[in-house]
Design a protein. Structure first.
Ligand SMILES: [Zn+2]
Length: 343
């Protein structure tokens, strides 16, 4: 079980980043992996804060979620004999930092600028290789420094997407239980309980979680980290990724860049909950309250495209048994999407 050693969440907590590094006995120089926008928001600031405490650092600007960006970061880190990687940004920077750190076998600190997906804490990285989205095993961050002042100012869509990624734990757990019963798959009660509780909490708080509020940013970040911890306990992404994630990945394959990961996971959860015979209306209502999309039209996705993604979702990660293995026909997929009002 690999877990972060320090999780610091709070308003203005970024000012203590150098002290966190010192407490963890980390050594510079540090490579700060960030994006062109996030560099202005936080990347340069981290560099200044580290310099004050005698840490040398260099900023690496990432431009795309591609594996060759990891090669570029790795080269720079090797040339400058970096001892530490700090990711300051959203999904892209964090994923690149995660993989660079494992290649160099040096620690990495995650500084998320948005609460948009559970990758801020997980050991999985999702990057594009030869045009295909691939999930690669990396490492859990040694520390997470989540500044709610910064995160609360991220675009509202990102927070809603993060909630969609957490709510997807509902169907991920149902799929896991199915695999346990039908395939005798290894199952962790602790991981499943933590993952379910986290999703339930977001549903219960759906009417109070609002973008721009630091308290909301705090709740969602904590929930994303809890999902990450559940995955660490399980030793796989099982507690937070089931049939709804397969649908999200299939959508990205068929119609790339239409929507955010968490938005697709949210839509997928409504449909998969229906297929499981569960309370899909509760999921849909919560997503609606959170401002997340609850129909294909809101994401400018054609009904045919959505049905095709549903019918092909089972081709993604076929070794992971889910409700889709019962054999979802295209007609039944269309019906499920219609009944739930997705199309
Ligand atoms: Zn996810």
């Amino acid at each position: 079980m690999e877990l972060p050693r320090v999780v610091a969440i709070g308003s203005g907590i970024i000012s203590g980043i150098a002290d966190i590094c010192i407490d963890l006995k980390l050594q510079g120089p540090a490579l700060i992996v960030t994006g062109p926008t996030t560099s202005e928001i936080i990347g340069k600031e981290i560099s200044k804060l580290l310099a004050k405490s005698g840490f040398e650092s260099d900023v690496f600007l990432s431009y795309a979620s591609r594996l060759d960006e990891v090669d570029r970061a790795e080269r720079l880190a090797r040339e400058n004999e970096m001892n530490l990687i700090i990711a300051a940004g959203g999904g892209r920077s964090i994923d690149i930092a995660k993989l660079t750190s494992i290649r160099l076998d040096i620690p990495f600190v995650s500084v998320p600028t948005a609460a948009s997906h559970d990758g801020i804490c997980s050991a999985q990285a999702s990057l594009t290789l030869n045009g295909e989205a691939t999930s690669i095993s990396a490492r859990t961050p040694l520390a997470i420094v989540a500044d709610t002042k910064i995160i609360s100012q991220a675009p509202p869509r990102l927070l809603a997407a993060g909630c969609g990624d957490i709510i997807s734990n509902y169907t991920a757990i149902l799929d896991w239980q199915l695999a346990k019963r039908l395939r005798n798959e290894e199952y962790s009660e602790y991981a499943a309980a933590l993952s379910s509780m986290t999703a339930r909490m977001i549903v219960e708080l759906a009417t109070t979680i609002r973008p721009g509020l630091e308290e909301s940013a705090k709740i969602v970040v904590k929930a994303l980290i809890s999902s990450g911890v559940a995955m660490s306990i399980a030793g796989s992404s099982r507690p937070a990724s089931g049939s709804e994630h397969k649908f999200a990945h299939a959508m990205n394959r068929i119609a790339p860049r239409k929507a955010l990961h968490g938005e697709l996971c949210g839509l997928g959860t409504i449909i998969m909950m229906y297929l499981h015979g569960g309370d899909w209306r509760m999921i849909k209502e919560a997503l609606f309250q959170l401002g997340a999309p609850t129909s294909a039209a809101q994401l400018d996705i054609e009904p045919e495209t959505l049905v095709e993604a549903l019918a092909k979702a089972n081709e993604i990660r076929p070794e992971r048994y889910t409700i889709l293995d019962s054999g979802l026909t295209k007609r039944a997929a269309a019906k499920a999407a219609e009944v739930t009002g997705i199309i």
